[in-house]
Design a protein around this ligand. Structure first.
Ligand SMILES: CC(C)(COP(=O)(O)OP(=O)(O)OC[C@H]1O[C@@H](n2cnc3c(N)ncnc32)[C@H](O)[C@@H]1OP(=O)(O)O)[C@@H](O)C(=O)NCCC(=O)NCCS
Length: 173
């Protein structure tokens, strides 16, 4: 993504969210109706990347504090753990149709995971959580080390901060 889009920055009130179209109306609407309000309320932080030439929004990813029930984890990970377990939610991820297939989502997820690792140095956090909208998207997250939470009825996926550290996410990026 380097050189193709601007670096991720916080969503701003003046960003033109109406022109953004990722092909999934629920996510377009979330960006238009909720992203800025949530930003002001402090309940989610949305980072955006833009077209360096025009300033148009190309993609976004949102992060929030979250928690998971210990009972959602694989049995082997449930012993001697607090309940619930602290997490960071990768809540929304989308890329404009004109920019899809060029690695923008990959870079946004990388940015989100790097941010989560950095935060975990200051605030205890066990994993990054996400709620993929369909099975194809589960495959996308699997590429980043996300795994199904086997006992979660909502079929969330998560990647442990410890595994991210093990795989070279040092949180410095
Ligand atoms: C899904 C989406 C974010 C992918 O964005 P993108 O910038 O085109 O993705 P990238 O080019 O960075 O591809 C990243 C990887 O995911 C894969 N991928 C891309 N779109 C995918 C999809 N819809 N399903 C499964 N895998 C996908 C790519 O093959 C690539 O894998 P690779 O690096 O091993 O080749 C984008 O298509 C989108 O905004 N869709 C509509 C909104 C949506 O569904 N958001 C996800 C909510 S959970």
């Amino acid at each position: 993504m380097k050189g193709v889009t601007t670096a991720p920055r916080p969503l701003a009130a003046e960003d033109d969210t109406a022109a953004f179209d990722c092909g999934r109306e629920a996510l377009n609407q979330w960006l238009r109706r909720h992203a800025w309000r949530n930003q002001e309320l402090g309940v989610s932080r949305t980072s955006v990347v833009c077209d360096p030439a025009t300033g148009d929004l190309i993609g976004f990813v949102s992060l929030s504090a979250a928690q998971i029930e210990r009972a959602w984890l694989p049995k082997a990970q449930q012993r001697n753990r607090p309940d619930p377990m602290p997490a960071i939610l990768l809540g929304q991820l989308a890329v404009d149709l004109r920019w899809q297939g060029r690695g923008v989502a990959r870079s946004l997820v990388f940015y989100a995971l790097t941010t989560a690792v950095r935060l975990s140095r200051e605030v205890g956090c066990f994993c990054v959580l996400t709620h993929p909208l369909d099975d194809e998207l589960r495959a996308l997250y699997t590429r980043f080390g996300f795994e199904d939470l086997p006992f979660d009825p909502a079929r969330s996926m998560a990647v442990r901060i410890g595994d991210l550290l093990h795989n070279g996410f040092d949180g410095a990026g």
